[in-house]
Design a protein around this ligand. Structure first.
Ligand code: PLP
Length: 404
């Protein structure tokens, strides 16, 4: 008889967004006349910009002729996209990243989940609390996290780094030494960022203790303040300790198109072994490349028209963020985030738990958000709203919340 991977059975409860989905579906069924506004999950709502659509059309037409047809993409990505990313995202910022250190993929969720498999099972991970759930859950599936404590909602072999109001929602260096450190800035869910000087401390720490940092930069495009780093490679020494994850989902609306990248400098080594070689091997064995037409669409993100159009799209979402932040403040809520990130993190009122506030908001304003506790124990008592809705819905949601 076959046996299943028992690590999967250790995963507690259902995934956060499926619980939300069920609650919203039940409410909708019981209240068919109510119009629900969703400011919960982090999906975008605005269409792909014209420069990207043009590039997609052109690539589709190429696929219609034998001379310009493209079959399997190179495992690691087309040169044109790897070069565009290296040049625009890194070299233009003075960071030493070469095109062959960019691995193209179908998104940061897969990469952030898959990257752990090139590390030994006895490595210890450190994560922020609250945190994007994929980092922990994929390590649970791999059997790296020990025993789950349902009361504390923590794993025995995971180092948690609380990100609370006291630290401006930034993690502090852990007391216990980790092997793999997951950082994500601008942060999902709190919308917080850290300065370049703070990130430099993490890079110095990782190099000192021999840890690797997995730096999730999925929300880089939302940074508006000067002292916030756009990539970890702005920090000195990051080439020897950091992997960076990039996504086209939030900067260019590719959530349904699917494109991302992982950057692994050739200097991140364990003895003589480069992580670059292991990830190349993993990609070559398990992945057949992101589609040609999608990579051409990704290339358009870096064209002059693409850049200008996307700047306007980000500004649209960040205007929503402002509407949410200001509206909530006017209504007496304590809020953070929303300045360099499309996420607004609010303290639940009257000592309500995150889920109590979820129900309260759904029932009284018919607005859906995300309970902070779903991202980790330190998220309890907080709630996440996203700026990814339409302007009209965002304004309507805030008006309803103000009236609550
Ligand atoms: N990383 C973080 C922190 C995210 O919040 C998300 C999506 O919400 C992702 C990665 C996933 O990105 P992608 O759509 O590229 O898979």
């Amino acid at each position: 008889m076959f046996k299943v991977n028992e690590n999967y059975l250790k995963l507690p409860g259902s995934y956060l967004f499926s619980t939300i989905g069920k609650k919203v579906a039940a409410f909708s069924e019981a209240n068919p006349d109510k119009s629900i506004i969703r400011l919960g999950i982090g999906d975008v709502t605005q269409p792909l910009v014209p420069a990207i659509i043009d590039s997609l059309h052109k690539a589709v037409d190429e696929m219609a002729h034998a001379e310009t047809f493209h079959g399997y993409a190179p495992d690691l990505g087309y040169e044109f996209l790897r070069s565009a990313m290296a040049k625009n995202d890194y070299q233009a910022r003075g960071c030493d990243i070469a095109a062959d250190e960019v691995f193209i993929s179908d998104g940061a969720k897969c990469d952030s989940g898959n990257i752990q498999e090139i590390f030994s099972i006895d490595n210890k991970i450190a994560v922020c609390d609250p945190v994007y759930p994929v980092y922990v859950d994929t390590n649970v599936m791999a059997g790296r996290t020990g025993v789950y404590d349902p009361t504390k909602e923590t794993w025995s072999d995971v180092i948690y780094m609380p990100c609370t109001k006291a630290t401006n929602f930034a993690p502090e260096l852990p007391k216990e030494t980790p092997d793999i450190i997951y950082l994500c800035f601008p942060n999902n869910p709190t919308g917080s960022t850290i300065t370049k000087a703070q990130l430099q401390e993490w890079v110095d720490y990782a190099n000192k203790v021999g840890a690797v940092i997995i730096y999730d930069a999925a929300y880089e495009a939302y940074i508006s303040e000067d002292d916030v780093p756009h990539t970890i490679y702005e920090c000195e020494g990051a080439r020897t300790c950091a992997i960076e994850l990039r996504s086209f989902s939030k900067n260019a609306g590719f959530t349904g198109v699917r494109l991302g990248a992982t950057i692994i400098p050739k200097d991140v080594k364990c003895g003589d072994v480069t992580l670059h070689s292991l990830w190349a091997r993993r990609h070559g064995t398990k992945y057949n490349g992101a589609p040609y037409i999608v990579q051409r669409a990704g290339e358009a993100v870096y064209s002059e028209e693409g850049k200008a159009q996307l700047k306007a799209q980000i500004a649209y979402y960040m205007n929503n963020a402002k509407v949410i932040s200001q509206g909530l403040k006017d209504a007496g809520y304590t809020v953070s985030g929303g300045v360099n990130a499309p996420y607004i993190w609010l303290k639940t009122p009257d000592n309500m738990t995150s889920w109590e506030f979820f129900d309260y908001l759904l029932e009284n304003a018919n607005v859906v958000g995300t309970p902070g506790s779903g991202f980790g124990p330190s998220g309890e008592g907080y709630f996440r709203l996203t700026a990814f809705g339409s302007y009209e819905n965002t304004v309507a949601a805030i008006e309803r919340i103000k009236k609550m």
